[in-house]
Design a protein around this ligand. Structure first.
Ligand code: ZN
Length: 419
């Protein structure tokens, strides 16, 4: 019997079924910062037509880019009434994201936090200026047994108390919490002990840092200096990156505060931790998110994070808040402002105490964030105050810190909430 030839359509279908499949598109490759997840650009759809072209460009020029450098322009272009945003600098085939501007005045964007003017007034008496406000206090670093690893530890001789930044910020946070609650706020400490928030530990990062060292042409068995040993690299990944990322997840998905207060003490380089150098400097500054270099704009996760901060309008709230906190902190402590000499920060706000800088915490925390950098921990007078807080002729340095923050918040919310 002669076989009839198969019709072409059936032939094609059987070819496809037998494995001659349509090629699947390759997943997009991204250029990412340390431990960053692949960016989900769909997050920006919620902000379509919420900002005017003028406000968008002004924020990039005056806050999020470096001063005078237009560092944003290689990854974001303005075309008519929309911005074309590069989604991957590693993959030219990745489609860009189109953000449409509103043709009218910018509108209130979707976000989980409320500005001072948006808080409930029901009724907030003058004695409760923080009524209805949700505050997260983030005591910087970890302290305790982790302080040496964090390089936030020094000691003078064996008879003095070790100076540990993460323990001191926690002490201030614990003084601060009841004070702010007494003024009506709901307060959550991002950590309330000298333990990490992340459940990762340095050894979890050993395999990936060994791989990364090899990729850089460094023999992990024979690093050029102790700083490049796999153990040290894994420690840094743990306390500098994984820990801040875990805090960001807790803040953004569980606490969802209206503001975050990141408490720190500043320091100058002190050399050997058991024989520290002292500094004659002592000053105060505050940091808000901004001042991204061209290299930082080209990291796909960082560009998305900064755009989210920009579109949520974190800047005006966090800068006005920081300016008020700076004024009360300067009055309480007598500290002069610190002005950044380089290009990695730029002055913002109306006092000379506030600068924009791209820190992991200020970038990832999705609400207005005041980042405190008062006192030089290895200034001789500050050292004495830390050693003997009960005998301080002024007042305890921790009490002074907590008083300045409390006064600043009360002043800010008294003036800015709608009554
Ligand atoms: Zn610090």
């Amino acid at each position: 019997m002669r076989l009839r030839p198969l019709p072409t359509a059936i032939l094609l279908m059987s070819l496809i079924a037998s494995g001659c499949r349509k090629p699947q598109p390759e997943p997009i490759r991204y250029n990412l910062g340390e431990l960053a997840p692949a960016p989900d650009w769909d997050r920006l759809h919620a902000f379509q037509r919420t900002i005017s072209r003028e406000d968008f460009v002004t924020l990039l020029d005056d806050v999020y880019g470096e001063a005078e450098r237009k560092t944003w322009q290689s990854t974001i272009s303005i075309r008519g009434n929309a911005a074309e945003i590069t989604t991957s600098t590693a993959d030219p085939s990745a489609p860009s994201f189109k953000l449409h501007f509103t043709e009218y005045a910018s509108t209130s964007p979707p976000r989980t936090w409320r500005s001072a003017a948006e808080l409930n007034f029901s009724p907030a008496p003058l004695s409760l200026p923080l009524h209805d406000l949700k505050i997260a206090i983030d005591p910087g670093h970890i302290g305790g047994e982790w302080a040496k690893m964090e390089e936030r530890w020094y000691q003078v001789g064996e008879d003095t108390k070790p100076v540990m930044e993460g323990s001191m910020t926690l002490a201030v946070a614990k003084l601060l919490k009841p004070r702010l609650e007494a003024l009506g706020a709901t307060v959550t400490l991002v950590r309330d002990s000298e333990e990490p928030v992340t459940d990762k530990r340095p050894e979890d990062f050993l395999p990936e840092v060994i791989e990364s060292l090899r990729a850089q042409g460094i023999d992990p068995e024979n690093p050029p200096s102790p700083a490049f040993s796999p153990r040290r690299q894994a420690e840094k990944r743990f306390y500098r990156t994984a820990e801040i990322r875990a805090r960001a997840t807790k803040i953004n998905t569980i606490i969802k505060p209206d503001i975050v207060l990141c408490l720190h003490f500043n320091a100058d380089a002190w050399g050997a931790a058991d024989e520290p150098l002292f500094s004659t400097n002592n000053h105060l500054h505050f940091l808000v998110n901004g001042c991204y270099s061209q290299g930082e704009f080209s990291l796909d996760d960082q560009r998305l994070d900064l755009l989210e901060n920009l579109l949520q309008r974190n800047h005006s709230e966090e800068t006005a808040l920081s300016d008020t906190l700076a004024a009360t902190f300067a009055a309480e402590s007598g500290l002069p402002p610190f002005i950044y000499p380089g290009t990695n920060a730029r002055a913002v706000g109306t006092t000379s105490y506030v600068s924009a800088r791209n820190l992991l915490a200020t970038r990832l925390y999705k609400c207005p964030t005041a980042f405190f950098e008062p006192y030089i921990m290895n200034n001789a007078e500050v050292f004495e105050r830390i050693q003997h807080p009960d005998k301080d002729p002024k007042k305890s340095i921790f009490q002074e810190y907590a008083d300045a923050v409390t006064e600043g918040l009360a002043t800010y919310y008294r003036h800015h909430r709608t009554q």
